[in-house]
Design a protein around this ligand. Structure first.
Ligand code: DC
Length: 224
């Protein structure tokens, strides 16, 4: 198999269900799973931890270069280690999410992380999810899926996830936050969120989780 045939690329906006469905698709296909958002989150956590000036793009590039990142898939989710610290939970905090755009809009930071993502995908058959997998990271992937859902549905899914963890949720505020992140990722200059020309667009608004997984597995088997 060549590099291009071993990749399932899953992109889409925040809250479209990429992570959970991509993980299950990877299990069903026997492929590795790569959560690229976790890599941007890890680099952001590391910059905060090192007290890097977030308004200094060069300093962010340098701190990302000094980051030693290990990611390990476990049944409970991706375990993320940064320079020996287990940051699996810390990278999901609002503190990280609020400032992540400083790194995900930095082209030199992106280049470093894209390089790591390509190396990961070259080593093993991989289901990779993110925002630019089909357009930038693996443009030759044979199976590309763009998962979308209405903003109401995405806000409600996020709310359910947070409530399961015991958090109190303001649905209107969640919706506004998702809208703001959508705008930032769709309108940025480098690697804006958009479906690759050869991606299959799957609107999951009215689909169950199992139906989404089954459809991606079917597409992967058909195309790879
Ligand atoms: O999927 P997520 O919410 O964990 O992603 C975190 C942030 O990283 C999000 O603001 C978009 C960005 N991201 C990106 O720019 N490119 C990727 N391939 C994955 C995530």
């Amino acid at each position: 198999m060549s590099e291009a045939t071993q990749i399932v690329a899953i992109d889409g906006p925040a809250g479209a269900g990429k992570s959970s469905s991509a993980r299950t698709v990877a299990e069903k296909l026997g492929f590795a799973f790569l959560d690229t958002g976790a890599m941007y989150r890890a680099a952001t956590w590391w910059a905060l931890h090192q007290h890097v000036d977030l308004e200094d793009p060069e300093a962010l590039v340098e701190s990302t270069r000094r980051m030693e990142l290990q990611m390990e898939d476990t049944p409970k989710g991706t375990r993320v280690l940064v320079n020996g610290h287990d940051v699996s939970d810390a990278i999901r905090t609002p503190e990280v999410t609020r400032v992540i755009f400083r790194l995900d809009q930095n082209s030199a930071v992106r280049r470093q992380l894209v390089e790591l993502q390509r190396r990961f995908g070259e080593r093993q058959p991989t289901v990779a999810e993110g925002r630019d997998i089909g357009t930038v990271v693996f443009p030759k992937a044979k199976c590309k899926v763009f998962l979308d859902a209405s903003i109401e549905e995405r806000a409600q899914r996020r709310a359910r996830q947070l409530e399961e963890k015991g958090a109190k949720v303001d649905l209107e505020q969640l919706r506004a936050e998702i809208h703001e992140r959508d705008e930032k990722t769709r309108n940025r200059a480098d690697s804006p969120l958009r479906p690759a020309e050869d991606a299959v667009i799957l609107d999951t608004t009215n689909l169950t989780f199992d139906a989404v997984v089954d459809e991606i597995v079917r597409l992967a088997r058909e195309k790879l």
